[in-house]
Write a protein of this length. Sequence first.
Length: 78
Amino acid sequence: MTLAQSAPPPKPWYYEPWPWILMAGPFAAMIGCFITIYFAYSNFMHEPILEGVVKRGLVIEQAAPKTGEAAGAARANP
């Protein structure tokens, strides 16, 4: 009886635990990413932009007051 005859046949890769353990990390990251995207769209999609705020692409900036509005505000609060 030789060594090649006594060795059991190798198991398929999906019966081994290591591929599943190694795939679990990226899979958990993907699930977390999908959950984050879902919450971002469901909670903040319809949030209104406040008065006096300008949205340019992804940046939201405070709009500079017009010269007439600034002068009127200065006269109202001496």
